[in-house]
Design a protein around this ligand. Structure first.
Ligand SMILES: *Cc1c(COP(=O)(O)O)cnc(C)c1O
Length: 394
């Protein structure tokens, strides 16, 4: 009997994201050792291409870890216990980084931003004036709410008023998904993650430091070993990783970065922004609202109307319609449907998802007419046609 199975569900979550077929193919190749000439070439290409994604003239690094490991790497390389750290907390990931800094002995002050809101610059400026921190932490996009923070302007405020303060950003749903030129914007530390905009499975994190941060890294007192970037830098300069390389993931990354190089990062950003715009216009025509006041292009958090059970909606989408979205967490549990725009997403995947949202919603008592749905799909098609998928495979 041939092994024919039902197609897998459409993964439309903001990480992990669907990966290109070319990535699936390299992931199924036999295991290779990391000290071979063939893998050496792959490593050289990847490590050579990474700074381009960060838009930095400094080196960029890979850790075999989830994104959270990369957040830890940035922190432990520049922190000394007792340092004042100012952390923007606008959702789950902001909480995580603030808690982590505390675990490493920092004196953490949190700037609590209402869920769904973005940093308000005058408030941020006044808050820093009081703190005079050594390090500021913020997400670029707070994935739990879909909100985008004005990190470029935040960096300007920090530079102007607190010249020695380091600005570290969690760009796990931003790096590779939208312009984030770290040198030009004068950001001191950036972290990205493999299962988000990098379009490969979970298991690699990517970090880069500014020159200012490298100076701090020489004297920072926080204990560090696995994530010691000084050691990783030395190994990389010898053409090696500090510990075993995650060979399959790096080969997958090589495939993605090579393909992206053929059409360029700007087109990738544009495609992601187009998927976001098509989603937002379509769901608003259906009568739904977007949760964050300034949404990030990397995902859309849709507000579930009052009186409708969002958990049931999400679960019906997955079990009956084959579309996987994420719900809300904590205070937004059952109140959000979050759809990602990163990864290998074809026009038909988006159109299918919007149709499924409408149908599953109706099944739990939300009203949406056929006319609205037709209008929403028409609009989505029109917007998508402006920036077709740049991938060579469909
Ligand atoms: C996904 C995500 C993380 C955590 O990444 P893991 O790979 O799950 O450790 C951190 N910050 C943001 C903004 C994210 O989207």
């Amino acid at each position: 009997m041939p092994d024919i199975k039902a197609p897998p569900p459409l993964l439309m979550t903001p990480g992990p994201v669907p990966v290109p077929p070319s990535v699936l193919r390299v992931l199924s190749a036999p295991i290779e050792h990391h000290r071979t000439p063939a893998f050496q070439k792959c490593f050289d290409r990847v490590i050579g291409a990474l700074p381009g994604v960060f838009q930095t003239k400094n080196r960029a690094f890979m850790h075999v870890s989830t994104g959270t490991g990369g957040m830890e790497s940035l922190l432990v390389n520049v922190l000394s216990p007792g340092d004042e750290v100012a952390a923007v907390v606008s959702g789950k990931f902001g909480e995580r980084w603030a808690d982590m800094a505390e675990a490493f002995g920092a004196k953490v002050e949190r700037l609590n931003v209402e869920w769904g809101e973005s940093v308000h610059l005058p408030t941020f400026t006044a808050w820093l004036e009081k703190q005079k921190p050594k390090i500021v932490l913020s997400q670029v996009c707070e994935t739990s709410t879909g909100a985008l923070h004005p990190v470029r302007e935040m960096a300007q405020v920090i530079r102007r008023r607190h010249p020695d303060c380091l600005f570290l950003v969690d760009a796990i749903t931003a790096l590779g998904a939208m312009p984030l030129p770290m040198d030009q914007w004068d950001i001191d530390g950036v972290v990205g993650g493999s299962q988000k905009a990098f379009m490969i499975p979970t298991g690699l994190s990517f970090v880069a430091l500014s020159e200012r941060a490298w100076v701090r890294a020489q004297t920072a007192k926080c204990p560090r070993f696995y994530f010691d970037l000084r050691a990783e830098d030395e190994a990389n300069r010898r053409g090696e990783t500090g510990f075993s390389s995650a060979v399959p993931l790096m080969k997958a990354l090589d495939v993605v970065l090579t393909e992206v190089a053929t059409f360029g990062l700007p087109l990738l950003y544009k495609r992601i922004a187009t998927l976001a715009q098509a989603t937002r216009e379509a769901v608003q025509i259906l009568g739904l609202r977007i949760f964050p006041s300034t949404p990030s292009p990397s995902l859309t958090a849709i507000l579930v109307p009052d009186g409708i059970d969002g958990q049931k909606w999400r679960s019906l989408l997955e079990t009956q319609h084959g579309v996987v979205l994420m719900g809300g967490q904590d205070q937004m549990k059952g109140r959000l449907l979050r759809m990602g725009h990163m990864g290998f997403i074809r026009d038909t995947d988006l159109v299918t998802s919007i149709t499924a949202i409408a149908h599953a919603g109706r099944e739990i008592g939300w009203e949406c007419s056929d006319e609205k749905l037709a209008d929403a799909l028409e609009t989505a098609h029109e917007i998508l046609s402006e920036t077709p998928s740049p991938w060579s495979e469909t």
